[in-house]
Design a protein around this ligand. Structure first.
Ligand SMILES: C[S@@+](CC[C@H](N)C(=O)[O-])C[C@H]1O[C@@H](n2cnc3c(N)ncnc32)[C@H](O)[C@@H]1O
Length: 315
């Protein structure tokens, strides 16, 4: 036996795109455990499991953030909070009978949000991650009915089938894609947008759009880890929401990343570098981005000249 045969390399941090759900869930656990948490997801730590913790602890730091997982928790926390608000607003404004969470991963909103008991919350994602979730949540009581559907959202026929099924069973559906679109090819995002807009019951869509500058910057830090699980980010929209307009969608609400981060100035995020607020973390990131591309462009980028989280409605 050669010397190399006896040395086993550790498994990759990300083995499959579904592992990104474990990564995000671990950040929700860190947020939930803070005394002044923006939300409390009581299941997040168990859902993330040891793998989620290992991924979050092993991910290289993004330039401009504190090292260690807490250095980016604030970002995921703000995103979760903004999605919470826009989802609840949308359910109310269209009197939704269903939510279709595409790439729901380990999100546990039906177990922590106040939702109408008549609502049906449909979670679509890879079967593997949904099975793991069902096991952890067995016995927990959601606020409404929850259905889980294993599907490959990059497969056009599988998507059509899912959208037909949901579109015919429900009349007023709020669609959610939180952290999905980046993992799809641009053509798939365009087709997905078309397919949703041609189904009349899909009334609102809450989505996040990433601009190419942010995609490239994040991939410089995280790309090689994500590539091990074929989970590199692919889709970014140079003009933010404008990508979706020709596919049948109009903006209703637009939130910018920086403005949202600054809404929570008092929230302390104990980082490895010491206590620091969400807005201080955001300022820190702004400085780092400004050093790379200049202050004027950094402000435009992070202030969301081209938007960040959008609530959109059918044309
Ligand atoms: C970063 S996680 C976000 C999960 C969840 N929305 C959240 O915010 O916690 C990305 C999710 O996209 C799912 N995903 C990526 N590509 C997919 C595909 N082709 N089909 C189904 N799910 C996919 C992964 O399985 C994973 O759960």
């Amino acid at each position: 036996m050669s010397r190399n045969d006896s040395i086993t390399s550790p498994p990759p941090l990300i083995e499959h795109v579904s592992d990104t759900a474990r990564w995000v869930a671990f950040h929700r656990a860190l947020e939930s455990e803070r005394p002044d948490a923006l939300f409390r997801d009581l299941f997040a730590r168990r859902l993330a499991g040891e793998r989620g913790q290992r991924i979050a602890e092993g991910m290289p730091a993004l330039p401009g953030t504190y090292p260690g997982p807490r250095g980016v928790t604030w970002f995921f926390s703000v995103r979760t909070k903004v999605f919470d608000e826009l989802i609840l607003d949308s359910i109310q404004s269209v009197d939704a009978d269903a939510v279709l969470n595409l790439a729901a991963g380990l999100d546990a909103r039906p177990y922590r949000l106040q939702l109408p008991s008549s609502l049906v919350w449909i979670e679509a994602d890879r079967a593997e991650i949904l099975d793991a979730k069902t096991e952890v949540l067995a016995g927990a009581k959601p606020a409404c009915r929850v259905e889980r559907i294993g599907v490959d959202l990059a497969d056009a026929r599988a998507r059509q089938h899912l959208f037909d099924q949901v579109g015919s069973a429900h009349e007023r559906v709020v669609v959610v894609t939180e952290g999905l679109l980046v993992y799809l090819a641009e053509a798939s995002v365009g087709s997905l947008a078309n397919e949703l807009s041609t189904r009349v019951s899909m009334r609102r869509w809450v989505l996040e759009s990433v601009v190419p500058e942010v995609l490239k910057r994040n991939m410089r830090a995280w790309g090689s880890v994500l590539a091990q699980g074929h989970a590199e980010w692919k889709f970014a929209s140079p003009n933010g929401f404008e990508f979706f307009r020709p596919h049948g969608w109009s903006p209703k609400v637009e939130r910018s990343f920086f403005a949202e981060a600054r809404r929570f100035p008092a929230v302390s995020t104990a980082t490895n570098g010491g206590g620091s607020s969400v807005s201080a973390n955001a300022q820190n990131l702004l400085k780092a981005v400004a050093a790379e591309i200049g202050l004027g462009r950094a402000i435009k980028l992070l202030h969301g000249e081209r938007g960040w989280v959008h609530l959109i409605m059918r044309n």
